[in-house]
Design a protein around this ligand. Structure first.
Ligand code: SF4
Length: 195
């Protein structure tokens, strides 16, 4: 496993600095932003994290060592057609996050998922970004549907990596079998979004 390939702590040998105190990375206090940026400087996946955040146009928090305003300065200004804005659909990321975590709890690494999702156009980078969706975050309805399709395919199949399954289960992520009978899309099902 290449630790530089993903910012997801489940995929790397040790958790990234933001894993321990995610609230610090979303604080707007000047001192906290500075501290989060400093800690990002010690993170082995900083470059990849910043690239992902720019690709996904993350609007909040410190990612890859840059604040939201600093990242915005790096993005090209693109005027979207009005119809595109109106049609753009977003939905709660709860179900998407839970599905990806459940697949991890069955041993599915992001690389293995991306392999299975080639026909859906879901890349490892896109899957990594979706699995970093924060509690209460939004995902596009297109991505939510694609992940639901992937989940429907793989939920009954064990993934290839026992260590990924072990780490995910140690973090309390439910397996697909444990979601049976529960509404995986209902944010009120459990206070812990991934569990
Ligand atoms: S670079 Fe990204 S993954 Fe690393 S600590 Fe900063 S926000 Fe977290």
């Amino acid at each position: 496993m290449n630790p530089f390939f993903t910012t997801d702590p489940i995929e790397v040998d040790r958790p990234t600095p933001c894993y321990w105190d995610p609230a610090l990375w979303f604080s707007e206090a000047v001192d906290n932003v500075a501290e989060a940026k400093r800690l990002c400087g010690t993170c082995p996946v900083k470059a990849r994290c910043l690239a992902d955040a720019l690709a996904q146009q993350e609007k909040h928090g410190v990612w890859g060592g840059l604040s939201a305003s600093e990242r915005a300065d790096l993005l090209p200004v693109v005027e979207e057609p009005v119809e595109t804005k109106c049609r753009a659909g977003f939905t709660s990321g709860v179900g998407t996050l839970r599905r990806l975590r459940a697949l991890a709890a069955n041993g599915w690494t992001l690389i293995a998922l991306a392999h299975e999702a080639r026909d859906l156009g879901l890349t490892e980078s896109a899957l990594a970004g979706l699995r970093r969706t924060r509690s209460g975050g939004l995902v596009t309805t297109v991505n939510a549907d694609l992940v639901a399709t992937l989940y429907a395919r793989l939920q009954g199949i064990d993934g290839p990596n026992d260590e990924t399954a072990k780490r995910a289960r140690n973090r309390g992520w439910r397996t697909p079998a444990q979601w049976i009978g529960r509404d995986i899309d209902d944010p009120n099902t459990n206070h812990q979004i991934g569990a």
